[in-house]
Structures are given as C-alpha cells and as structure tokens.
Design a protein. Structure first.
Length: 268
C-alpha cells in the first residue's frame, strides 16, 4: 500500500468503533475508536499551539512538517465520514481541495474505498460549506461535487445564480455567523451520522462553545511557530471558554510516528 511505517500505539481505551480493513489497521496501529453517531474534528498544530499562519500560502503543510503519517490519518478520518464540514476560509485557502481521502494519501485510496463500502457509505462523503456572507469563489474544484452550502439570508441572496448546477444552497438562521446548532441539526436530518469537521479554528470554537464536538483528533507536529507579526491562529479562536464554560477532555488514544504525536480526545 505504501512505504509508510505504521504508527506506534502508545495507549488506547479498550473500546471498539470502526473495524478497519487489514491494511489500514496495520498502518494505524489498531481500529478507529469512533462512535456510530458523532461530530469529530481533525487538526494538526505545532508544539506551541499554532494551526495556521494566514500570511503563508498552504501554511498547514508547513505546520504539519510535511508528515506523511498526518496525511494518512487525515485520509482515514475522511474515509469514515458521512459528510465533511468546512468553512468559507478553509475553502478559499484551497482552490483544488475536494476533501477526499485519496486526495491527501493516494497510496491508501483503494483501502479507503473498501472501508467506505464496508460502512455502507457513498463512494465519497458530501462536503458541506459554512458561509455567512455567501463569499464563495466560483473556481473552487469542490463545487464540481455538488456540495451543500449552509448560509444566511444575506448569503443566499449573494449566491443566487452564481454557483454551478447541483450545488445546493440552504438558508439557515444567523447574521454575522451561520447558527452552528442549526447547521449540525440539518446535517443530522439529512441522515449524516458521522460528521467530520475540517473547518478552521473559528468554526471549531463555535462548535465547542455549543458543546457539539464529540471527538478531537489532534496531531502535534514537532515544530515551534512563534507568533509572527502577521498573526497566526491557535486551535480554538473566537470563543472564550474558561472559567464559565469548562470543556474537559479525556484522552482516548495516543500514537506516535517519529516525533509526531497523534492524539484522540473525547470532548462530550
């Protein structure tokens, strides 16, 4: 499948979730502890907590240290999802992105497809795009895949007649932001059991503040980013949690690949 060395399992709760095909299980170091119905987020961050530097194109690749193992895990989490939720900022930063498993780790493409078949899923997860303003560049590759656009009244008016056929626009409550609870409720109503959030730290902040995140997959890259003058984003932005909103997390598993750590936390 790949020359990737398997991740080393350091610790894990004795809980079964998604039974992986043999090739994926070997590389991941076990099965994927993921409830049948959950919202889970995936991030890679530096040791000092930076997930993105907006002034640097494709800063996520720099933050990840070019880790092949991180790309493998990203693909695995996409392969298990019914729907992938992204924000308009994530969309703008990735002109060619389609949020498919084999797009980040092609070597496991067939194994990812096998996993989706075993889970009874469509060949590709649907992509849902959050945008309050309706600011979506018309040249993004994912628009060819009939994504679902979740927006406000203002956003829907701005998008009218601007998107390719097949793109579904749904108007939800909200003004400056799409009401995040309404967005998740809509995805649930559409039958999506496992929702993967690959949206940025502001959307993640809204999801955590609303107590909607069940699982967090966090790759810790062995890099220090510092705080550049142009600014950077930490894992969670735009929400003040402590001391009123205590969000405890339980470590469910820890893996290592070289000096990268792969952590899974239960948040709910």
């Amino acid at each position: 499948m790949s020359g990737l060395e398997p991740l080393a399992l350091l610790s894990a709760e004795p809980e079964l979730g998604v039974v992986l095909p043999p090739g994926l299980r070997r590389l991941y170091g076990g099965d994927l502890a993921l409830p049948e119905r959950c919202l889970y987020a995936n991030f890679v961050q530096t040791i000092d907590g930076v997930v993105a530097i907006p002034s640097i194109p494709d800063s996520n690749r720099i933050v990840s240290g070019g880790s092949e193992a991180d790309r493998f895990v990203m693909g695995l989490l996409r392969a298990a999802a019914d729907v992938v939720l992204i924000g308009s900022g994530t969309l703008r930063a990735s002109a060619r992105g389609r949020w498919r498993p084999d797009g980040v780790f092609p070597a496991a493409g067939e194994a990812y497809a096998e996993l989706r078949r075993e889970l009874g899923l469509q060949p590709q997860a649907r992509v849902a795009i959050l945008t309050a303003s309706g600011s979506i560049p018309s040249d993004r590759a994912v628009l060819e895949d009939a994504p679902l656009v979740l927006t406000t009244n203002e956003g829907a008016e701005r998008l009218a007649g601007t998107l390719p056929a097949g793109v579904e626009v749904v108007e939800l409550p909200g003004d400056a932001e799409v009401d995040i609870r309404s967005a998740v409720e809509l995805l649930r109503e559409r039958g999506h059991r496992r929702i993967l959030s690959e949206a940025g730290p502001h959307v993640f902040g809204s999801l955590v503040e609303a107590s909607l995140v069940d699982e967090l997959f966090l790759t810790v890259s062995p890099l220090l980013a510092g705080r550049p003058p142009s600014g950077s984003f930490a894992l969670l932005e735009g929400a003040a949690l402590l001391p009123e909103h205590v969000q405890p997390a339980r470590l469910r598993s820890a893996r290592a690949h070289g000096s990268h750590l792969f952590l899974q936390y239960a948040l709910s």
